[in-house]
Design a protein around this ligand. Structure first.
Ligand SMILES: Nc1ncnc2c1ncn2[C@@H]1O[C@H](COP(=O)(O)OP(=O)(O)OP(=O)(O)O)[C@@H](O)[C@H]1O
Ligand SMILES: [Mg+2]
Length: 298
């Protein structure tokens, strides 16, 4: 059975994309599961991150530049090349991108890029900014609009054990399409005060969404992210989350880690001790996620 998980939070920059990528990486590479990542965000961050992980072979040079003592003179010499490497915007994505697939009613399999034996992605790019207008042109109301993407996903669903949907930080057609398609919403919560406030709002949206659409996804849990061990606020927010949301709060957390920031530049690596520590962290999270879904399925 395929489990579809939408990674949600309407707050920006709270590790939705990094969590999606980290969990997808572990499920496919370590757990040997067939995984499809769906990028429903026009920012295309998870697309870029995973293409950098699997499709690029010049990342070492970027790593070398970052480690150099004289970054300034390398920048003087090779600014264009470096910007190209760093900001490479999904060059592997072509007319089969998600927007055109949805617009021209092609099958989703035409848009899928195989990244490894077990991992594939439905890539996004900036064209996806047109998605709300596309739904409008198709004269779909808000309810049918959210269903539209799911009809495409259904066609390819059975090829995967897990489908992870990365959504943008807005209450929008993008997020609603992810929510409509999912069996589980995984809510990420940065252990900061504002992020805590945002969770309350997200949960009421999810509940209203379920009532409106009559579908039956569940919240699989609240995953604390970017946690600082010594942070007073961080530790307070964890206690508060547990007090308010009880066992919904994951025992495992995404810690604040420099390596995760590296991923934006060079993709996910598993080459040294720091890499394997970070991957181990996501492995614990993936294990807990699997356990929670098992418990739920009874
Ligand atoms: N565990 C972490 N430790 C340190 N930095 C992190 C961590 N997780 C994410 N970051 C950094 O924080 C920034 C935001 O992360 P990310 O893109 O995953 O968040 P997001 O919620 O998907 O953002 P958006 O709302 O724009 O989609 C990125 O620069 C990322 O590298
Ligand atoms: Mg993101």
């Amino acid at each position: 059975m395929t489990e579809v998980i939408s990674i949600n939070n309407f707050k920006g920059g709270v590790s939705k994309t990094s969590s999606t990528a980290g969990i997808a990486y572990v499920l496919s590479e370590i757990k040997n599961k067939k995984v499809l990542v769906v990028d429903l965000d026009p920012q295309a961050d998870v697309t870029d991150l995973l293409l950098k992980t699997y499709k690029e072979n010049n990342e070492t040079s970027l790593n070398e530049i970052m480690n150099s003592n004289d970054i300034e003179s390398i920048l003087d010499e090779k600014e264009d090349e470096i910007l190209d490497l760093l900001l490479r915007k999904s060059t592997d994505v072509n007319e089969n991108d998600l927007y055109h697939t949805l617009k021209e009613k092609k099958t989703l399999s035409e848009a899928i890029i195989e990244l490894s034996e077990n991992l594939a992605i439905v890539p996004s790019d900036f064209n996806m900014i047109g998605y709300p207008y596309l739904l409008e042109d198709l004269k779909l109301n808000r309810i049918d609009g959210a269903k539209y993407f799911n009809s495409f996903l259904e066609e390819v669903k059975e090829n995967y054990d897990f489908i992870l949907i990365d959504t943008p930080p807005t209450l929008s057609d993008f997020a609603n399409s992810g929510i409509y398609s999912c069996d589980y919403s995984l809510i990420v919560v940065q252990t900061h005060v504002r992020s805590f406030n945002a969770v309350e709002k997200l949960i009421s949206h999810l509940s209203a969404f379920r009532d409106l659409h009559g579908n039956d996804f569940d919240i699989v849990g609240l995953l604390p992210v970017m946690f600082k061990n010594q942070g007073k606020i961080d530790n307070f927010i964890i206690k508060l989350l547990k007090h308010v949301y009880g066992s919904y709060v994951f025992e495992n957390k995404v810690m604040q880690r420099e390596r995760v920031k590296y991923w934006d530049a060079i993709g996910i690596k598993n080459e040294d001790m720091h890499d394997s520590n970070v991957i181990g962290m996501y492995e614990n999270i993936a294990n807990e996620l699997l356990e929670r879904m098992r418990d739920h399925n009874g």
